[in-house]
Design a protein around this ligand. Structure first.
Ligand code: AHR
Length: 545
């Protein structure tokens, strides 16, 4: 190209200027648009994050058949850490208000939740406990080493009489676990005679001499504990034979029929259940137990101060209980289609690292809203399977593992798990109602997801329908639509347990940080129940006429 004319030059300069201006304008436009888009997306994302989840279900209030045994709401207290000593037992001379050595505050709290049964003395402790060491004048009782739990000295001041006095005060059924691992058939047989025989016999005389004239009439009796492990490291075949022998000499006295429970499987040891169902005559076994803890045995993690990954993991493990229960139940169904043998889920709950600075053998852990969700979900599962599960025991009542109560000197506090038992007590001996979940929502974390909602429903003897629901999503509320068929109830009541943070808990400085409040988030119109369940919440809804 030749030289440009001055006119052309001017033209080009103008064009360049115009282009520059347009480019600048375009750039600004881009920035503007990008910012706009960013804001729109983040707003939308933020909104989506806060958006509620939803679920739909049908509850058949007129189709109930099976009764939820109140014994599903049972408890377990072992000679472990401060469960018995300091938890229940302070002794008659203590300044802490007590009745016959047993703390009044604890008895009052447990009576409020209608504690239906109490398993004792263990756990692993049961298979090294010799009951005769725990009777007679306390000052003369021999001491022993509690080898399983901290190697501390057990002075046997809490024994058979003290335990049965505790059950009397609580108005609860005792559930005693006898020693198979290191005890003899004779020892177990004499314990039953001591407790239940009303005639003239050496054991009955000894009981009377120790201050108890009448037998106690204990019904629930476990023949050993975890005999695949701490209870003797037995094979299922060997234990089944031992069970038949021990159970033979645990006699029924008077009109008292002992309901004997065989020591069951650990988590997913389905072979254990299979062998016991096959080898033990069913007339000799009222129940077969199962133990399952919600934990990662190799890396338990802390009870508080955990990241979301831990929150997700614990709830994920809890939801897996469903499959474990169903597989054991399927095996039992194969050998016992009439469901005469009860599944007794007599150890369940969360298990974390002990609180820093506490004795590792005492298993003391905090209890948060995450534990409340585990309790709510697990109890919903058990309710749903009440045709087979007739008894369960959370581990453990006071100061140990997933405790309901903490004590410290003369102080006592109620944990979030306690409040779940309080809210769920409406199901005790009520009729299970079929619930059909038509649509659930999910809690997604990284590449995994969990169903957000769990539910069970029952109808009590007065016709009131109760729903217990959990929303395990940590940040989203859940809107529930439930059609209640076959009911003309119109009055609504409810309780809600939730918290701001995933690890919210109660401490002696702030003992009522997590506690239930009245639930006002539900409406009922033309038998359609609509409820807004806050994030990480446990809710109980009552529908009455
Ligand atoms: O609950 C604590 C222990 O866990 C029990 O003693 C034992 O049965 C189980 O392994």
């Amino acid at each position: 190209m030749g030289k440009e004319s001055s006119v052309m030059k001017q033209y080009h300069v103008k064009c360049i200027k115009i282009n520059k201006i347009s480019t600048m304008k375009l750039n600004r436009l881009h920035v503007f648009l990008a910012a706009g888009l960013f804001l729109t997306f983040s707003f939308a994302y933020g909104q989506a994050d806060k958006q509620s989840l939803s679920a739909k279900m049908v509850i058949n209030a007129d189709l109930g058949k099976d009764v939820i045994s109140r014994h599903i709401y049972g408890h377990f207290s072992e000679h472990l850490g401060h469960c018995i000593y300091g938890g229940y037992w302070v002794g008659e001379d203590s300044e802490i208000p007590n009745t016959n050595g047993i703390r009044n505050d604890v008895v009052e709290a447990l009576k409020k939740i209608n504690i239906p049964n109490l398993r004792w003395p263990g756990g692993c402790f049961a298979d090294e406990y010799h009951w005769m060491d725990g009777i007679g004048p306390r000052s003369e009782r021999p001491k022993m080493v509690n080898t399983h739990w901290g190697g501390v000295t057990e002075d046997n001041s809490f024994g058979t009489h003290e335990f049965l006095e505790l059950c009397r005060q609580l108005n609860t059924e005792p559930y005693i676990c006898g020693n198979v691992g290191s005890g003899t058939v004779e020892e177990m047989s004499k314990w039953v005679e001591y407790i239940n025989f009303d005639g003239i016999s050496p054991m009955a005389e000894m009981r009377k001499k120790n201050g108890q004239e009448k037998p106690w009439g204990v019904k629930y009796w476990a023949v050993g504990n975890e005999n695949w492990g701490c209870g003797g490291n037995m094979t299922p075949e060997f234990y089944a034979d031992q069970y038949r022998r021990y159970a033979t000499f645990c006699r029924n006295y008077g009109g008292n029929n002992l309901l004997k429970v065989a020591g069951g499987a650990n988590v997913d040891d389905y072979n254990w259940t299979e062998v016991l169902m096959k080898k033990i005559p069913h007339w000799q076994m009222w129940g077969l137990s199962l133990h399952h803890y919600t934990t990662d045995w190799w890396n338990k993690g802390p009870a508080t101060g955990f990241p979301e990954s831990r929150y997700f993991d614990v709830l994920d493990r809890c939801l897996k209980i469903e499959k474990v229960l169903d597989r054991h139940i399927n095996i039992m169904d194969k050998y016992d289609p009439e469901k005469r043998v009860a599944l007794v889920f007599d150890e369940w709950g969360t298990w974390y690292d002990v609180e820093p600075g506490t004795n590792p053998g005492f298993l003391f852990q905090q209890n948060t809203i995450r534990d409340a969700l585990v309790a709510g979900i697990s109890l919903n599962y058990m309710n749903q399977r009440c045709d087979r599960i007739k008894m369960a025991n959370i581990a453990q009542t006071i100061n140990v593992l997933q405790a309901l109560i903490f004590t410290k000197d003369d102080k006592m506090l109620l944990t979030p798990t306690y409040h779940v038992f309080d809210m769920y007590k409406v199901h005790q001996d009520a009729t299970l109602l079929p619930v059909n979940v038509l649509q659930n929502s999910y809690y997604e974390y990284e590449k995994s997801k969990l169903p957000a909602l769990s539910v069970s429903a029952s109808k009590d003897k007065n016709g009131a329908v109760h729903l217990t629901i959990t929303n395990l999503h940590p940040s989203k509320k859940l809107t529930l639509n439930a059609e209640i068929r076959g009911s003309n109830g119109s009055s609504l009541n409810g309780m809600l347990l939730t918290a701001e943070t995933m690890d919210a808990c109660n401490t002696f400085e702030n003992p009522e940080h997590v506690k239930p409040v009245k639930f006002n988030g539900a409406t009922l119109k033309n038998n359609i129940l609509t409820a807004e369940l806050p994030a990480k919440s446990v809710v109980m809804i009552e529908i009455k006429q």
